[in-house]
Design a binder for this molecule. Structure first.
Ligand SMILES: NC(=O)C1=CN([C@@H]2O[C@H](COP(=O)(O)OP(=O)(O)OC[C@H]3O[C@@H](n4cnc5c(N)ncnc54)[C@H](OP(=O)(O)O)[C@@H]3O)[C@@H](O)[C@H]2O)[C@@H](O)CC1
Ligand SMILES: Cc1cc2nc3c(=O)[nH]c(=O)nc-3n(C[C@H](O)[C@H](O)[C@H](O)COP(=O)(O)O)c2cc1C
Ligand SMILES: Cc1ncc(COP(=O)(O)O)c(C=O)c1O
Ligand SMILES: [K+]
Length: 517
């Protein structure tokens, strides 16, 4: 019995697979290879692990070539829907859940709840409306304050369930009559989940009036359209002009033809459920989803006004009576908190040095240890920073832990650590990095990458027997002994907390002073 069912399903899938696509779609397969997912892999060596970040255009979601993206006709969209929920074994609940989650994560990528918390999801009578209900639930859990306008309810259990779920979260439902004529006062984001790919003709009441209100919105609230900007023709787009102008479009499965005329700043793709058979059949060329993300940006990056880019920091206060009297202990506290918060490369710091002609230069290095004796990093003593420090043995370190609105400045004299300490650390590194340190005459001019690579290959062969890789004489650690610390905690309106620790001649006690922000 089971095998009969399996055979039937296989036959249905192959019948589906061998049908030709309904519309031809620009096949630029050579570009697809550029859209590799960003992978962060862990490489384990005998005693260590270190992260290798592989980089591709995909890792910058804005760098997609929108010309290589496929668009679906209305018929294809409906057909894919049927296939997913027929031979491919999906249920509508499942797809709707994934679609709604994609919408919520797309919104969260661009519109942060700290600034755009008041969301109105306007839900239509079909599955597009269902996506809106699901998205609102996720947005609630992401920290937004959604409200729902759902004038034409469906009595199917899927929909009544979604409504019950929202009611159990105390998400308010607003009737059309209670919606303010000017939506800009009460909402920061409007989720347009009115019509999806089954829309046809002209909008009927009460949606005609709601769409009219959306057409006249100014800058705020922003409109996020689910799959289709409601009121637009599914294939021809805003063909009569005067339709709504969403700021964000979240296309599901693949963009529909109308999306070609979308010219808002944020076009995202959601619906991370397309099996390869569907992608192959419809020759779908779509960006791949990075990491574990449920959405990915399609198309060109939005134009930004750099002068308007700013974040208003909101953090707990940093008060004199809360901090440690010893700045090294205070640093440890903040460092541990940054690690616990999961920040990447908490130990990355900017190191600033100056040459004897008093010209400063900065670069990132990794902190490899700190205690009351100082802060240690490793490098090539004959590099630019190495020669700067020989000429002027003073430096400044800077940590910026962006997610915590924190910055730490540390300044003081610098000295080389002992050869023994450097030896020990060098041999604790992955063997590839040890060889890399031999190969790199750091800061000198290299004729081409191949030069480094050839020498690396040669040395890798030489040491393939696992023998000790000798530390180059010019590679080792520096230790900065601080005489000044500053702990900076970002606060609203640029009234940040700055607590500076300094030492006075001949006095081992640190003086703590608050500096104006
Ligand atoms: N695989 C996928 O791609 C997935 C797709 N998903 C989602 O499903 C969406 C498609 O859903 P859908 O087929 O239910 O159609 P949708 O457009 O929401 O509404 C149809 C309703 O609107 C009505 N209606 C139509 N025209 C009208 C008018 N002029 N004025 C007034 N009413 C009008 C129509 O009524 P009728 O005309 O039939 O009387 C019917 O009640 C798709 O866009 C995506 O968001 C995801 O959930 C999962 C994965
Ligand atoms: C996050 C990060 C960490 C780095 N860590 C080190 C390090 O620990 N030691 C090092 O020599 N270079 C490190 N580098 C490379 C340096 O920034 C720099 O390119 C190199 O040391 C040459 O600098 P210089 O020519 O000013 O001496 C790091 C770069 C980054 C982005
Ligand atoms: C050139 C260079 N040297 C040294 C380091 C530090 O490496 P490790 O953590 O293996 O000491 C880095 C880190 O990015 C580096 O780029
Ligand atoms: K819509």
């Amino acid at each position: 019995m089971r095998s009969v069912i399996r055979r039937r399903v296989t036959t249905m899938i192959s019948a589906f697979l061998f049908q030709p696509p309904l519309s031809s779609i620009s096949p630029k397969h050579h570009q697809y290879s550029l859209l590799l997912p960003l992978t962060t892999q862990r490489f384990l060596t005998a005693s260590h692990s270190f992260r290798l970040r592989t980089f591709s255009t995909k890792s910058i979601p804005n760098m997609q070539d929108s010309a290589s993206v496929s668009y679906l006709s209305q018929r294809e969209a409906a057909e894919i829907d049927e296939t997913l929920m027929g031979p491919l074994g999906f249920s509508v609940d499942q797809l709707m859940e994934l679609a709604g989650l994609s919408v919520a994560t797309s919104v969260a990528e661009v519109y942060k709840p700290s600034e755009y918390s008041r969301v109105l999801a306007i839900c239509g009578p079909g599955n597009n409306g269902g996506d809106g209900l699901v998205a609102a639930r996720h947005l609630h859990h992401f920290g937004y304050k959604p409200s729902i306008c759902y004038p034409k309810r469906t009595s199917k259990p899927l929909y009544t369930g979604l409504v019950t779920q929202l009611e159990s979260l105390s998400v308010p439902f607003v009737s059309v009559d209670d919606l303010p004529e000017d939506l800009s006062k009460d909402f920061d984001v409007i989720i347009d989940a009115i019509f999806g790919f089954s829309f046809h003709g002209a909008p009927r009441p009460p949606f005609d009036d709601i769409i009219r209100r959306l057409q006249t919105l100014q800058k705020r609230p922003v409109i996020v359209s689910v799959d289709i900007p409601s009121g637009w023709h599914v294939e021809e787009g805003d063909h009569e002009g005067g339709g709504i102008k969403p700021d964000m479009l979240v296309s599901l499965t693949a963009p529909k033809l109308c999306a070609k005329s979308f010219c808002g700043p944020h076009h995202f793709l959601g619906g991370r459920f397309v099996p390869p058979s569907v992608a192959e059949k419809y020759k779908l060329e779509l960006p791949s989803f990075p990491g574990t993300s449920m959405c990915v940006r399609i198309g060109k990056p939005p134009k930004v006004d750099i002068s308007a880019m700013r974040v208003n920091y909101v953090s707990p206060e940093l008060l004199e009576d809360q901090v440690e009297s010893d700045p090294v202990l205070q640093f440890r506290k903040w460092f541990d908190e940054a690690v616990a918060a999961g920040l990447r490369e908490t130990n990355a710091m900017a190191l600033s040095t100056t040459s004897k002609d008093r010209k400063p230069s900065s670069r990132m290095v990794l902190l490899k240890g700190f205690d009351e004796n100082g802060f240690v990093w490793f490098t090539n003593y004959e590099s630019k920073k190495g020669s700067d420090l020989s000429e002027n043995p003073f430096a400044a370190l800077l940590f910026y832990w962006e997610d915590m609105n924190r910055q730490v400045r540390i300044e003081g004299p610098v000295e080389r650590i002992s050869e023994e300490e450097s030896e020990n650390y060098y041999h604790s590194r992955p063997r590839g990095s040890q060889i890399g340190a031999i190969v790199s005459k750091q800061s000198s001019v290299v004729p081409g990458r191949h030069v480094l690579y050839d020498e690396y290959e040669e040395l890798t062969k030489k040491y393939s027997d696992g023998s000790v890789i000798p530390k180059p004489k010019n590679w080792g650690g520096f230790r900065l002994k601080p005489n000044l610390f500053e702990f900076w905690q970002g606060q609203p309106s640029r009234l940040h907390d700055r607590l500076q620790y300094s030492l006075q001649e001949g006095n081992p006690a640190w003086i703590i002073r608050r500096l104006a922000p």
